[in-house]
Ligand binder design. Structure first.
Ligand SMILES: *Cc1c(COP(=O)(O)O)cnc(C)c1O
Length: 391
């Protein structure tokens, strides 16, 4: 993001009420154009993983570029049906609910199951709608160290492992499967995908004659395709090879890559305390616990928008809840902060808006969209009723 854009964000930050998520159409479109180029060059079909970014205001824009949506269950499927009705709808859940699978199978054209047993239970419902059945597989190959984000961790509940895959022989189950799915990556480059795909081929694809109706392969999410250092040509070559070698449609379902760096969380300083060992606690009108739980869960320290490199004054940004650990991080700022100043957290469109909560009765940040003319095209304001309605 260039300096001019930073100025633009800062000028909105001064004008709007906080806390607020603010998402820019132009920044989102820049990602979508890159993804579209990857689709064109590789022949892959890219889906929006809604669990990462579900700001349906932008679905009509996303619909112009991507092939469809990936849902985690009924509610996300309903959102896709309402706001991106004309595109493909894929769904994966580790175990479907008996009272939801009928509706899910009606909405979703691709239903991915986590086990042969789930297909045995619910596959006939999907087939009765003439929709496609997929099976999630687990290549048992970790390429990352964040255990909570690693679906290949040794105790993982995700996907059928090689030993179980080999033992399944019922032809009605094998014949019903039209797609394979794997999701093992998190914020990774195409070398990690390539390495995992090789193992996936060895374990599963070379044996795919057992599955006479196989048509597609979904390589999940975790591909940071729109990040600057991502090796897109490696990804494109890999997809081309898979398509020609196995004659399968290839799907990718990234979340982060779609909305990375397109939104911000704007907050206001409520109070600055006396320094403790040289560093002041700054209490903001936003909270890690309520508004950016990944900061505590991952954990990581979000970047803030401050232009100068000359860092001098140390501060610890904290939330306004009663949780002692509601600390966003320690920062060095080139100016002395004052009450009422705005603090802008970067890259907050993803995995934050979808994860907010009202712990302590803290209000939810408003949600603002800025269109390509610089106008506020959507603004959602939350209050007491939203807090109350969840209790
Ligand atoms: C989380 C998830 C995604 C999206 O992952 P990103 O890291 O946001 O790209 C895609 N598919 C499945 C099955 C997931 O669980």
């Amino acid at each position: 993001m260039g300096l001019a854009m930073e100025r633009v964000v800062q000028s909105y930050a001064r004008r709007i009420e906080t806390p607020a998520f603010i998402v820019f159409e132009d920044l989102l479109r820049r990602n979508l154009e890159v993804l579209d180029e990857v689709q064109n060059q590789s022949g892959a079909k890219i889906l929006l993983a809604q669990k990462c970014f579900s700001m349906f205001h932008f679905y009509p824009l996303i619909e112009k570029y991507l092939w469809g949506t990936a849902s985690s269950g009924l509610n996300e499927s309903l959102l896709a049906e309402e706001f991106m009705p004309l595109r493909e709808k894929h769904v994966f859940s580790p175990a479907y609910r008996a009272d939801e699978i009928e509706k899910i199978s009606e909405i979703c054209d691709h239903v991915i199951f986590n086990s042969f047993e789930q297909i045995e239970k619910f596959g006939s419902i999907v087939r009765s709608k003439n929709h496609s059945i997929g099976l999630r597989l687990n290549p048992e190959h970790s390429t990352q160290t964040h255990a909570i984000y690693d679906p290949c961790n040794p105790q993982s509940r995700f996907g059928v492992r090689k030993s179980r895959f080999d033992s399944e022989t019922r032809s009605e189950i094998l014949n019903s499967i039209e797609g394979f799915h794997m999701h093992t990556l998190c914020e990774q480059n195409s070398d990690a995908l390539e390495e995992t795909v090789e193992i996936f081929e060895e374990k599963f694809l070379q044996d795919s004659k057992k599955f006479p109706n196989l048509k597609w392969l979904n390589l999940g999410g975790g591909h940071l395709i729109t990040r600057e250092n991502y090796d897109r040509s490696r990804l494109i070559n890999l997809i081309r090879r898979l398509r020609s070698q196995y004659k399968l449609e290839i799907y990718l379902e990234p979340g982060e890559a779609i909305a990375i760096d397109s939104g911000f969380l704007i907050s206001t300083i409520l109070e600055i305390q006396e320094p403790i060992n040289g560093i002041s606690n700054v209490i903001l009108d936003t909270s890690a616990a309520c508004h950016m739980p990944d900061v505590l869960e991952m954990p990581y320290r979000p970047e803030i928008l401050e232009t100068s490199e000359q860092k001098k004054f140390p501060y610890r940004f904290t939330g306004g809840t009663c949780l002692a650990g509601d600390v966003i991080g320690e920062y060095e700022i080139d100016r002395e902060l004052r009450e009422g100043d705005r603090i802008i957290f970067r890259d907050m469109a993803i995995y934050s808006m979808v994860k907010t909560n009202t712990f302590n009765g803290i209000n939810l940040p408003r949600i603002i969209a800025i269109d390509s003319n610089g106008k506020i095209s959507y603004e959602k304001i939350f209050g007491y009723d939203d807090f109350k309605s969840r209790l």
